[in-house]
Write a protein that binds this ligand. Structure first.
Ligand SMILES: [Zn+2]
Length: 461
């Protein structure tokens, strides 16, 4: 574990109080379920009320709670400034837990050997509370922002994202547009990227799309004692296998290209030379990236066969068989393009492919406009990290998962996805997994990062 550099903002006593507040929020079981009726509304209301109690009772702050799953906060700027507002996003729902797999209780917020254990400690009550602690610190220091600062926190990001869609509409209706938007996303990683020994801060400047393909086949059914040569489930299985084996949509998107460009000097020879000279080495680089699933996903639309089904009993032929492929789409690819591509492949196979739930699919979010100040705030993030981690650099990258920020993309000039904690590959694997936990050092790092960030916003002209 790399120690937190000494740039503490408060005394031990102040950190203890701050940590106690964070743990209180981890103890509220705000679990997200696909079915809204399964969600425990009381937990979400308790979260809102506790937030209000600790952070939102000062006159320079307005807050709105349209329902238990939406929190909108307005930190009002000094008058007379003409800077465009900014928006800071997070979510307070968490994915379900299997309690028997946890060493310490998932909603106990136990503090053990320098770690705070609990569902949501990484994803992402930490960024939400980090932002609120930063607001509190700024107010206690008598600071006022030189632009309006808005916060929007969702209670259903892990499932349907109804809250994010509603809150984006809320801003649109009031004609509130942002210069930049920051959501959860990339982290400061170490021991994750081969060839790089120092931590590197990855700021998502684009995100892959996400869609579930439903593959179905129908047949007459009947008794399994006299089956036809090919069953519906057999056909679906063949189709799934065919799609898995086909060449993927492959490209080197701008966000990935820029990652190499910005970070090439940090890598040893010969990686640095390859990365800095893509005009010559692009085919070689693509070949290297394709060789491992994690890096291949940076340059391909992925195909992951995740579910299938047929008859509900062993001795009856299915009248309908189905399979699901989860696909993460690369910038440049789209749901419509994918559908056309796969329909062509499956033509004459007797199976049918469609989007499982059109409301849930989303195209990649990215901008190819690199002539504008596309990465202007990377420098600001770099300054805000100073003294908190000895990072090799702050670089753009392609977010492999989707975030709520996609619903706000038309509301901001620039959208970033970055969570300012330092994670090893082991810690990255704790996200959505049993025994999710965050180090106290990371807690301090996140709060301090946002505090520095808000300070900069208060001091900018
Ligand atoms: Zn999350």
């Amino acid at each position: 574990m790399i120690p937190l550099s000494q740039k503490d903002l408060g005394s031990d006593h102040e950190w203890e109080d701050s940590l106690r507040r964070f743990r209180q929020f981890l103890q509220i079981p705000t679990v997200s379920y696909q079915n809204r009726d399964d969600m425990e509304e009381g937990a979400f209301l308790l979260f809102q009320n506790t937030l209000k109690e600790h952070y939102l009772n000062s006159p320079d702050v307005d807050c709105f709670f349209p329902d238990p799953y939406q929190i909108i906060i307005h930190w009002k700027s000094s008058s007379g400034n003409t800077n465009k507002p900014i928006l800071l996003l997070a979510h307070y729902d968490v994915v379900p837990v299997k309690e028997e797999l946890w060493i310490h209780k998932p909603f106990g917020a136990d503090l053990v050997e320098g770690y705070i254990w609990g569902r949501g400690s990484i994803d992402t009550k930490i960024t939400l509370i980090g932002l609120m602690e930063a607001l509190k610190n700024s107010q206690e220091n008598g600071l006022t922002p030189n632009r309006d600062v808005w916060f929007a926190f969702a209670g259903d990001e892990e499932t349907k994202s109804i809250a994010a869609k509603s809150m984006a509409a809320w801003f649109k209706k009031r004609n509130i547009y942002f210069e930049w938007i920051l959501d959860e996303g990339g982290a400061i990683v170490h021991d994750v990227i081969p060839g790089l020994s120092e931590p590197l801060a990855l700021v998502g400047v684009a995100e892959k799309g996400n869609v579930n393909w439903l593959i179905t086949s129908e047949s007459k059914g009947g008794h399994s004692s006299s089956p036809p040569p090919e069953s519906a489930l057999g056909q679906v299985s063949k189709a799934l296998s065919l799609l898995e084996k086909k060449k993927r949509y492959t490209k080197l998107p701008f966000a990935v290209r820029d990652f190499f460009y910005y970070s090439s000097s940090l890598f040893p020879f010969p990686q640095n030379v390859i990365m800095a000279n893509l005009w010559l080495f692009q085919p070689l680089l693509v070949k290297i990236l394709k060789s491992r699933p994690l890096t291949a996903a940076q340059i391909q639309s992925t195909i992951a066969v995740t579910m299938s089904g047929g008859s509900s009993v062993p001795n009856v032929l299915p009248t309908r068989a189905w399979g699901i492929i989860n696909s993460r789409l690369l910038p440049g690819d789209t749901i419509n393009k994918g559908l056309a591509r796969y329909r062509k492949i499956l033509k004459d196979t007797g199976v049918y492919i469609d989007i499982q739930d059109p409301e849930e699919g989303c195209d990649p979010v990215y901008s190819d406009d690199r002539n504008g100040p596309a990465y202007k705030e990377l420098e600001l993030f770099h300054r805000s990290l100073e003294g908190l981690v000895d990072a090799a650099g702050v670089v753009p990258y392609l977010n492999m998962t989707t975030t709520d920020s996609k619903y706000y993309k038309d509301l901001g000039d620039r959208v970033y996805r970055f969570s300012p904690y330092l994670l090893s590959s082991e810690e990255l694997d704790l996200m959505h997994a049993p025994n999710e936990r965050l180090s106290v050092d990371n807690y301090k790092r996140v709060v301090s990062f946002y505090t520095h960030l808000l300070q900069e916003i208060c001091h900018e002209t």
